[in-house]
Design a protein around this ligand. Sequence first.
Ligand SMILES: Nc1ncnc2c1ncn2[C@@H]1O[C@H](COP(=O)(O)OP(=O)(O)O)[C@@H](O)[C@H]1O
Ligand SMILES: [Mg+2]
Length: 256
Amino acid sequence: MQDTKREPLIRIRNLRKSFGPLEVLKGIDMEVREGQILALIGPSGSGKSTLLRTINQLEDVTSGEIWFDGTLVNADLPHRAREKHLNALRRNIGMVFQHFNLFPHMTALENVTMAPVLLGLHTKAQARENALRLLAKVGLSDRADYYPSRLSGGQKQRVAIARALAMEPKVMLFDEVTSALDPELVGEVNRTMKQLAEENMTMVIVTHELKFAADTASHIVFMADGRIVEEGPPDQVLRNPLQARTRAFLQQDFAE
Ligand SMILES: Nc1ncnc2c1ncn2[C@@H]1O[C@H](COP(=O)(O)OP(=O)(O)O)[C@@H](O)[C@H]1O
Ligand SMILES: [Mg+2]
């Protein structure tokens, strides 16, 4: 159950990000509570990926604050302390991207066991047991010993999800993880995310699939041109949007 009195797991305050003269995040305020499934939608170029990438500091920020689990993510730290800080942060934030980045010379199982062993989270035996459990969870028990080149795009994305879960993260970030897939493979990856949602994994999902967002998310955030235009429950934002900009986006999308 959601406990509204607790601090949100992620709290973003007046976040700004520029690439040279181009300001792509223009003062974002956003919260993600434990167990929340937040879908981030909006037109291409509105800053969704950049926002996601600032949360685990794949992108630094120009100004503002990002808090994760009570820690200031973008704290100004000396080099060594910052390395340590980033490792701890990334260990707790799982991320899956549009383009599978599995290690091609490792089997599915090895892809999932590598990081937990390398970082001393699990022994080899524990990591293997855990990885087999996670591969079963994403429906790939029979593919543990396959190399990525022999997996379909949908299977690779499910291995990527299992690999991120192996670190036992507190939140999972997904950036358009189905948009490079053949249409017939989208469903299996969406089902995996839906299952995680049902298990109360905290998730931020960037997606252009509004039906999936409506079915899965507990909260929708609509972004356009570097700002949050509107947010709320799916029924409100997707079916009865308050802002003209949101309505225009939804109409355009449904017309496609
Ligand atoms: N590394 C970068 N350097 C310069 N501009 C970038 C970079 N990354 C993203 N942008 C620009 O920032 C804007 C927002 O991009 P992005 O966050 O990828 O949007 P979205 O994910 O919503 O499509 C775009 O105009 C994009 O061209
Ligand atoms: Mg993007």
